[in-house]
Design a protein around this ligand. Structure first.
Ligand SMILES: Cc1ncc(COP(=O)(O)O)c(C=O)c1O
Length: 362
């Protein structure tokens, strides 16, 4: 018998798949599955959060308060151009809410970040998948062929998640020069590669840049993301945003993290060094390892003759978590993503991985 409230549920929501809770990870687990920074926040950040706790009986500052100014200073734009969200996930939803009506189209070069199509479907929009080139680059011709009168938004993660590659600036420019729809360039991993399109905002009135404090600043648990765009788009984003988009502890922690940039930069240097040695170890074990401009590596298990699913589940049993991308849109059954951990975590990961590859291959 169908549920008596079924007919009341918005048709776009009814077709969404239920969320999986994921495996429970113990304290001793090695977590290389979520693209997180393995290092804890600085003492300056933890103190700012602790100091803010005694005032959480009060609402946070409206629309992100002075965090907008801190981010404007950090990025070199006017504060009116900054929109703050509860993680950049929140801003992805906000963008679709504002620009996409039911039945309209969102262009997604795949593989890419799943939240783009999840949020599109939630608002009744149609995600339009476009194949990338063999090395996961952007195929601008293929992209333009998919443009219709209903095309409203294009999302380009740069660098891309999960494939870790950077789209060269001339390719981004070529897409911008041929498109009238909203173009979102998601620079979630900006600090690991230092490539940005911020300087193009003045020239292209349809451009929105997304950034996050989750990765390079190591604040994934606080949930702070931001958009940089022109003042008109920024105004519309704020009209739709919640009055208090970010909680008080997150505001305090984010402002403190931006005051303590050298701590974040030292972590980024460590991650980039570790990334090189981890890539080397994985190549020696027989994986295809793709170039990375992020804090994670994208691998293919194909040369080993085993599926990513079998390897990921074998590692999970050993309390090591990496992300399986086998058969995700635009990918085959051999793909996985591994965050760069601490040297100790990476060492243990490689040790266990070697054993599990041998065990599966026998
Ligand atoms: C490309 C990309 N955009 C956005 C996000 C979400 O970031 P946030 O933690 O700010 O919501 C991620 C997270 O993995 C990502 O890879």
């Amino acid at each position: 018998m169908s549920n008596p409230i079924d007919h009341l549920i918005n048709e776009y929501i009814r077709t969404l798949s239920p969320k999986e809770l994921g495996a429970i990870k113990g304290n001793n687990s090695i977590r290389l599955d979520k693209g997180e920074l393995p290092y804890p926040p600085s003492a300056h950040v933890t103190k700012a959060i602790a100091d803010a706790i005694s005032t959480i009986n009060r609402y946070p500052d409206v629309l992100g308060g002075t965090l907008r100014e801190s981010l404007a200073h950090y990025t070199g734009v006017r504060k009116e151009q900054i929109v703050i969200g509860n993680g950049s996930d929140d801003l992805i939803e906000l963008i679709i809410k504002i620009f996409v009506k039911p039945g309209e189209e969102v262009l997604l070069p795949v593989p890419t970040f799943f939240v783009y199509w999840h949020a599109t479907q939630m608002m009744g929009g149609n995600p339009v998948f476009i194949s990338r080139t063999a090395d996961f680059g952007l195929d601008v011709q293929a992209l333009l062929q998919k443009v219709t009168v209903n095309t409203k938004v294009l999302f380009i993660a740069n660098p891309n998640n999960p494939t870790a590659n950077l789209i060269p600036r001339d390719v981004i420019l070529s897409a911008l020069n041929h498109l009238n729809c909203i173009v979102v360039i998601d620079e979630c991993y900006y600090e690991f590669c230092k490539e940005t399109a911020i300087d193009l905002i003045e020239k292209y009135p349809n451009l929105i840049i997304l950034r996050s404090l989750s990765k390079s600043f190591g604040l994934a648990g606080l949930r702070v993301g931001y958009a940089i765009t022109n003042e008109e788009i920024s105004d519309y984003l704020y009209r739709c945003a919640q009055l208090f988009p970010v909680n008080k502890l997150a505001l305090a922690g984010a402002i403190a993290a931006l005051e303590d940039k050298s701590y974040a930069y030292s972590n980024i240097v460590k991650i980039c060094q570790e990334r090189t040695s981890l890539a080397h170890e994985l190549t020696t074990l027989g994986f295809s390892v793709y170039p990375s401009a992020t804090n994670f590596l994208f691998l293919s298990t194909k040369p080993l003759g085993i599926t990513s699913e079998s390897l990921v589940s074998a590692l999970r049993k050993r309390n090591i978590f990496v992300q399986d991308f086998g058969m995700k849109p635009g990918l085959d059954e051999f793909c996985l993503r591994v965050s760069v951990g601490t040297p100790e975590e990476n060492h243990e990961f490689i040790r266990v991985l070697r054993e599990e590859i041998l065990a599966i291959s026998i």
